[in-house]
Design a protein around this ligand. Structure first.
Ligand SMILES: Nc1ncnc2c1ncn2[C@@H]1O[C@H](COP(=O)(O)OP(=O)(O)OP(=O)(O)O)[C@@H](O)[C@H]1O
Length: 503
């Protein structure tokens, strides 16, 4: 349902108190005005702390610097008069006893009157006693269509024309920004060279990077890794390759749904993050990484707003990949933590979105510890597939050595005994193989020569793989994987192999 549809429905159904979290005051007010006009020209009153009530010359300025009086104004109007009251920044006053009480009284009164109060605020900050009476409605960032109209308006105003491909590129690069920012960055582009040009896409992308960085929870990650950079994990790679064209228009016409996401579970250093990046590169989609730690940092109540904001930005940038690293850390111990209220509300928002989302945001979540993941996360319908990423088998280690040595010494690959290296490094993860190679390079470099197979073996002898120090964690993971609750990322490890390793 679009914002307009939902808002219209709430007005018709006489929802008295509506709360819209958005930074885009002007845009949301324009939408509200249009909807109110369609609903029998319902009058609009706005209130803010500085100017008081606006909308009717007789009452202009009423309730200035007095948020309680602003609510009393609602009662001043005849019971049969219809109206929409927009209260700007009103979240700041919701903690006040008198205001909370007044709002709850109004919630009762307005059920039988054609009036609605709309609270506008940049974030969701609702005290507990008002959660039942306030209905939160999300106001999405501008859609591709809205952005296109704005760009075309600007082009007309500046007597400028663009090819339809450049126009589409410009519009796509603006997705994820608020209208205010879009106008600003386009004005900057026009001020720079008098008109909009294809090169402005870079300027806009930079603005977008900055905005996304300002959310402090999402990061744009450049993804240059390819599927061929992943050694082993053949089942996972086959799964992806089969879905190669699934974000194309052709796939939509064929009737295919968008792939929803993957949960990758396994011990550290086995290539889960590498896979997230390779997926983004393979599908040519932007990669957004969610910093789960920062989602929960800060003031109480902010985590929920940030979660909504994260979802909004990801949806506005769709199609894209949303990579949630270490999702187990975010939601571990739900119900037992001190801040369990916040954690479970954030989890609730996230899991509902995951199950219901229709936008092409492909979620790649990675986790090390299956025990601490809430069971709801593993239920069908959340992710397309859950893959267990285990320690590489000997053949996979060969493939990983091959990937890294091809990158490091493309012309000298034959001089390395990859077969032996794979044989001599049991229990090594991909990350540990990479670390071994770096160590071997240090040995060679310090002696002014190239590094050899023997240097790699010496380096390997000095590394104690995590698999040996964290046996218990690995045992648990392997038992879980062997129980058939996840698909195995590697071809070599059949469920029986995993079971044998576990026992
Ligand atoms: N299967 C693999 N093929 C090639 N390189 C690998 C593989 N697995 C790991 N590596 C190397 O190890 C590095 C670290 O791996 P990565 O960060 O993907 O592991 P991870 O499973 O995400 O670990 P963590 O759980 O600690 O985040 C990669 O950048 C890559 O260079």
């Amino acid at each position: 349902m679009t914002f307009r549809d939902e808002f219209k429905l709430l007005l018709r159904a006489r929802y008295p108190l509506i709360y819209i979290p958005t930074y885009e005051e002007e845009r949301v007010e324009a939408s509200i005005r249009e909807e109110a006009a369609q609903l029998g020209n319902r009058p609009i009153y706005t209130w803010d702390f500085v100017d008081g009530i606006q909308g009717n010359p007789n009452d202009a300025g009423f309730g200035k610097r007095n948020p309680l009086q602003a609510l009393e104004f609602v009662e001043k109007l005849p019971a049969t008069a219809s109206a929409v009251f927009i209260l700007r920044d009103y979240h700041r006053f919701l903690d006040d006893v008198a205001i909370a009480r007044k709002l709850r009284n109004l919630a009762r009164l307005l059920k039988s009157q054609p009036k609605n109060i709309v609270v506008l605020s940049p974030r969701v900050a609702i005290p507990d006693d008002l959660t039942e009476v306030l209905t939160v409605v999300e106001f999405p960032l501008p859609s591709g269509g809205e952005i296109k109209t704005e760009v075309e308006r600007l082009l007309q105003a500046t007597n400028n024309s663009l090819s339809s491909k450049t126009l589409d590129d410009l519009v796509r690069s603006c997705q994820g920004l608020s209208m205010e920012r879009i106008r600003r960055v386009l004005a900057k582009a026009i001020a720079t060279h008098g008109e909009l040009q294809p090169e402005d896409v870079d300027l806009i992308l930079e603005e977008k990077r900055q905005t996304i960085r300002q959310t402090q929870i999402l990061d744009f990650i450049p993804a240059t890794e390819q599927i061929s950079d992943i050694g082993g994990l053949d089942c996972l790679k086959d799964w992806l390759i089969r879905r190669g064209g699934s974000f194309t228009e052709r796939a939509r016409q064929y009737g295919l749904p968008h792939p929803r996401g993957l949960l990758l579970v396994g011990i550290q250093g086995t290539g889960k993050s590498l896979t997230a990046k390779a997926i983004a590169h393979y599908w040519h989609l932007p990669l957004l990484r969610l910093d789960v730690g920062r989602l929960f940092a800060g003031l109480v109540g902010e985590s929920e707003s940030r979660t909504r904001q994260m979802i909004q930005v990801a949806e506005a940038l769709a199609p894209c990949i949303l990579w949630i690293d270490e999702i187990d850390k975010a939601f571990s111990g739900l119900g037992s933590k001190g801040d369990a209220g916040t954690t479970s509300r954030v989890f609730g928002t996230f899991i509902t979105w995951l199950a219901e989302k229709s936008s092409p945001v492909f979620v790649v979540a990675t986790a090390n510890d299956i025990q601490s993941l809430p069971p709801e996360m593993l239920r069908k319908g959340r992710f397309d597939e859950i893959f267990f990423v285990g320690l590489p088998s000997q053949d996979e280690r060969k493939a990983i050595f091959d990937v890294h040595l091809t990158r490091l010494r493309p012309h000298n690959l034959k001089s390395y005994d990859i077969e032996r290296l794979a044989y001599e490094t049991p229990d090594f993860s991909g990350a540990e193989i990479e670390q071994t190679l770096i160590e071997a390079m240090h040995i060679g470099f310090s002696q002014n020569r190239d590094f050899t197979t023997d240097d790699i073996l010496e380096a390997a002898s000095q590394i104690i793989p995590l698999a040996r120090t964290a046996q218990e964690q690995i045992q648990k993971l392997q038992e879980w994987a062997a129980s058939g609750r996840a698909r195995l990322a590697s071809k070599q490890s059949t469920p029986v192999d995993v079971w044998r390793q576990a026992n």
